[in-house]
Design a protein around this ligand. Sequence first.
Ligand code: GDP
Length: 305
Amino acid sequence: MFDNLSDRLGGVFDKLKGRGALKEQDVRDAMREVRIALLEADVALPVARRFIDAVTEKAVGQEVLKAVSPGQQVVKIVHDELVRTLGGDPDDPQSSMAGEGLILEAKPPVVIMMVGLQGSGKTTTTAKLGKLIREKHGKKAMMASLDVNRPAAQEQLAVLGEQVDIATLPIVAGQQPVDIARRAMESARLQNFDVLLLDTAGRLHVDAALMAEMKAVSQVSTPTEVLLVVDSLTGQDAVNVAKSFTDEVPLTGVVLTRMDGDARGGAALSMRAVTGKPIKFAGTGEKLDAIEPFRPGSVADRILG
Ligand code: GDP
């Protein structure tokens, strides 16, 4: 994960730590290289700029440059700024944005609405969350696919449901998304499910019809969580997709999939600053237990090796 970025930053900071004393110019030179590394990692330009400004301002302070090991101190400042950029608190670095914090304490069935583009990993993530909700939260979840556009989408969720032993709403051919959502709520209520996961339809691109459908489903199901699933491998595109959704539906968070294959990290690093939404989970593989609460502290540790 984030290997390219990690290697690049490692090179810059090894040089910095190798020196005894540091001058302001050394820090500025290093920051120029960090800026390039961030842009090559597909971090959004304003985010990279803000990051470099924040680090430079703290690192060129006299106290840092006069410290016993100034290189180490600069790396610590970079680490803390990475945590902040990822949406975390450097004073509580291992805190997660979700996991334990999924909003599940409401009148059951608590509805979690999953939204995203086709191929982002939405259906897989829905099943992963169903399993996680049972295993980590001890709650009973049901899943329903509202995807009437893609052939076999509803069947796909049913198959995944069997694999993780999570109930899925029986398929009724020809029913439209809002009606499926209503039926799912009724069914979950009657069968005493704690949580209902609604896997909404994806599209190839963000379009007006998709947004209208999201809004209609959201109105009838009043979800406590609206989670956007985006593919981290698409870098800034993932962030732009998230921005478009943010303007239309009340997202409560983002799930970044395919983090296992993301050598760059641009999506993760830009998401919070550009959209204002927390990354709640990271998808880390195709297996149905490959999902982790997104912990800014751990991710920053990984980036800095
Ligand atoms: P959807 O069209 O958004 O519902 O996407 P799917 O859930 O069908 O996922 C598309 C493909 O991505 C499948 O082959 C999944 O196994 C794969 N996938 C989903 N999440 C991850 C992840 O976090 N890591 C990896 N490596 N593959 C994933």
